[in-house]
Write a protein that binds this ligand. Structure first.
Ligand SMILES: Nc1ncnc2c1ncn2[C@@H]1O[C@H](COP(=O)(O)OP(=O)(O)OP(=O)(O)O)[C@@H](O)[C@H]1O
Ligand SMILES: [Mg+2]
Length: 710
């Protein structure tokens, strides 16, 4: 299951709406076409029925006129006017429902014989069909609708001209037909529902219609039916608005045989569309139902895909976290072993350097005024001191540094460093500090924190060769159980140094904290800066975090635990020159070389030295020798360690001043005993000051803090 799968399910969701919608539209279009086609068939079929009927009616009328012609052929007008003729006409008319009346009229328009009684004084010479026949022989002529005078009924006439033997006009024979009869038939023959049927003369005159109309307009040449007749005279199908009742209809029409007459039948568009709409409702319901079903299925599938994707993301995140934790562990193990190795070596070197420095110091006093020898000695001194500084750094990153943590106010510490920073960084960089008010103090060795900040600032400057800004700031962090910061839960202060420099790529960032990793070239960087800071932070109960982006800059954060105590002023105490005094010092040291060097320094300071090569021997000597004023002991010794020895002395001689000289901080965290310490390698004046802090000039213990409970 991937992200694209969720996208696919979303597409399905859209498709489940879209596809039924498209199918619905297609089905609707197809059904409209079908409904219209079926309607065309229906109206054409009905028009055919109407046509058959009208054809028969007109053929019958033709036959009737033919029979009247036969009967009156060769008769004089007087003979025609005899009652027998009218009786004959009555007989023919009687069975024909469609016929209103039958008449024979002379050339003046006076009726001479008829199927109905009539007024002999009345002439029909003004009637349209009479005038048409009088003008010339037009064959069978069908008139428009008129009101019969004798019959008082609406009619239209089918007439034929009578000619004298010399081919002159000699009156007409005409049959009056009943429009109502046609209307009735139309009503019966057409399918139910709103529709219209009509009998129309070629020129647009409406002869009969259903539904019947009080008055009939003649269809103009613009009428949709007339226009179609003009182009398709035999018959056809057409859609348009009726000029009789202004309704939209689908029409079919046909010409009645050879007569200049048409039958037309039309169904209201509403009816046709109504049928279509009903179908649409059905289709719509089906489409809606299937869309809803598909939608539900797709939605369920999408939910499932989303859940799976979330699970996948969680899984990926967890495995990334596990991988990162594994890498951190691996890195920690690596650092640990490098630390142990380096720490061990550094410790031994420290002892050697202590011896060298001690002996050089003594030598300096004995060398006299030989300037050349003095210079050589100074060179040896500086070399040994640099070596000592290096071993300090090594001890720092391997977390075996001798730390004196106390509550430190970070803003105050940074402000006391201002001069140092400005001097060390040069004019090209700008230093900005940003501290929140009320920042709690941290628990750290202030000197080491100062060193660490200076190191970070130097790194920042190196990353900004031309110019830039270094921001030193701090904020608090609360860490809970199970955090990803690899520190114990508690309150922390993060002191950060950010720069606007070149930043680090991922590979450099991953290795930056490693000891001896540097990109600065041989002789330019030791690669111990960050590893020292890391060592300090971890040893102080915190951590070091680096964030960097190539081209944007780097931020280094030193996380330090918040201190419950109130911060002491950072201003370093004025060191008073110790007064000179002579004491009996019990020197405990397992390394004979260091023993000799330290003893020489003590003797040079006019102290008497009693030597012990182990803790056990020291206790024995203390018991035997009551004149001992002070114990100076190494910490890392086989058998009893310096600290254990101090505890035992504390128990037996509570007032005995003890000085613990140690190269690395292997003292257990919670020993409950705070012993004044001297970091190896130490110089003679450091040893002198440390002793002065512990005893009075009379070699009495100073009551200040020979032993402290932490
Ligand atoms: N602020 C920074 N910007 C860019 N790169 C940095 C920064 N700080 C450290 N680095 C990179 O990390 C490497 C290791 O830094 P570290 O301070 O441990 O050693 P160094 O600075 O090279 O040597 P030294 O501290 O002894 O002068 C540097 O060489 C540099 O590549
Ligand atoms: Mg550095």
């Amino acid at each position: 299951m991937s992200i694209s799968s969720v996208r696919l399910h979303r597409l399905l969701l859209v498709a489940s709406l879209l596809v039924p919608a498209i199918v619905f539209v297609a089905a609707a279009a197809w059904n409209r076409f079908e409904v219209l086609r079926e309607n065309d068939e229906t109206i054409s079929r009905t028009a055919a029925i109407l046509h058959e009927h009208a054809h028969k009616v007109f053929d019958t009328v033709d036959l009737v006129i033919g029979r009247v012609e036969d009967r009156t052929h060769g008769l004089s007008w007087d003979e025609i006017a005899a009652p027998e003729t009218s009786a004959f006409l009555q007989r023919i008319k009687a069975p024909l429902e469609q016929v209103v009346s039958i008449w024979i009229t002379d050339a003046t328009g006076h009726v001479r014989a008829g199927s109905q009684p009539w007024n002999p004084a009345v002439t029909i010479d003004e009637r349209e069909w009479f005038q048409a026949q009088r003008e010339r022989d037009v064959g069978t002529y069908i008139s428009a609708q008129f009101q019969g005078r004798a019959t008082r009924a609406a009619s239209f006439a089918v007439s034929r001209r009578r000619s004298s033997p010399d081919r002159h006009f000699d009156g007409i024979i005409h049959v009056a037909l009943s429009p109502e009869y046609f209307s009735r038939f139309f009503q019966e023959a057409v399918p139910p529902g709103p529709s219209a049927a009509a009998l129309i003369r070629e020129d647009g005159a409406i002869l009969a219609r259903s539904p019947a109309q009080v008055t009939y307009t003649r269809l103009g040449p613009d009428n949709i039916l007339m226009r179609s007749i003009a182009t398709q005279p035999d018959g056809g199908v057409v859609f348009g608005v009726s000029s009789t009742d202004q309704r939209e209809r689908h029409y079919a029409y046909r010409r009645v045989g050879a007569y200049p007459i048409y039958v037309a039948f039309g169904i209201d568009a509403d009816v046709v569309l109504g049928r279509w709409y009903r179908n649409l409702q059905l289709y719509g319901a089906v489409a809606l139902l299937s869309a809803l079903t598909l939608l539900l299925v797709s939605w369920l599938a999408l939910q499932r895909a989303k859940a799976e994707q979330e699970a996948l993301v969680r899984l990926r995140h967890e495995s990334e976290q596990r991988l990162a934790a594994e890498q951190r562990l691996l890195q920690a193990q690596k650092m640990e072993s490098i630390g142990q190795l380096t720490g061990g070596i550094a410790h031994d070197f420290n002892n050697l350097l202590a011896v060298i420095l001690g002996n050089l110091e003594l030598l300096r006093k004995r060398i006299g005024d030989d300037d050349r020898a003095k210079r050589l000695l100074e060179g040896a001194f500086q070399g040994a001191q640099r070596g000592a500084a290096l071993t300090q750094r090594l001890l720092a990153f391997s977390r075996r540094q001798d730390l004196t943590p106390r509550a430190v106010d970070v803003p105050q510490l940074v402000s006391s460093m201002t001069d140092l920073l400005i001097r060390s960084l040069g004019p090209s960089v700008q230093i900005v500090t940003r501290f929140p008010t009320g920042l709690p103090p941290v628990k750290v060795d202030p000197n080491q924190l100062e060193m660490a900040l200076l190191n970070l600032a130097v790194n920042a400057r190196d990353a900004m060769p031309t110019s830039g800004t270094i921001t030193i700031s701090a904020h608090t962090e609360e860490v809970t159980v199970g955090n990803e910061h690899s520190v114990s839960p508690g309150s922390y202060v993060c002191v950060s140094v950010s720069d606007t420099g070149m930043g680090m790529d991922a590979a450099t960032l991953a290795r930056a904290i490693e000891p001896f990793f540097t990109t600065k070239g041989v002789g330019k960087g030791t690669g111990l800066g960050l590893s020292m800071i890391h060592g300090l932070a971890v040893q102080s109960g915190g951590t070091l975090k680096l964030k960097s982006e190539v081209g944007k800059g780097t931020t280094a954060e030193i996380w330090l635990p918040r201190s419950a105590a109130i911060a002491a002023a950072t201003a370093s105490d004025e060191k008073t020159r110790p007064e000179h005094r002579t004491c009996t010092v019990l020197l405990v040291e397992d390394d004979p070389l260091v023993m000799t060097g330290t003893a020489a320094m003590l003797e040079d300071l006019d102290h008497r030295v009693v030597e012990a090569s182990s803790g056990k021997e020291a206790l024995r000597l203390l018991r035997e020798n009551a004149s001992i004023d002070l114990v100076v002991t190494d910490h890392a010794m086989p058998g009893i360690t310096g600290l254990e020895l101090a505890e035992q002395i504390r128990a037996e001689w509570p007032d005995m001043p003890i000085l613990l000289a140690s190269g690395h901080a292997e003292l257990p965290e919670r020993s409950g005993l705070a012993v004044p310490r001297l970091t190896k390698p130490f110089r003679q004046n450091e040893l002198e000051s440390a002793i002065a802090a512990l005893v009075t000039p009379a070699c009495e213990p100073v009551n200040v803090v020979p032993f402290r409970r932490s």
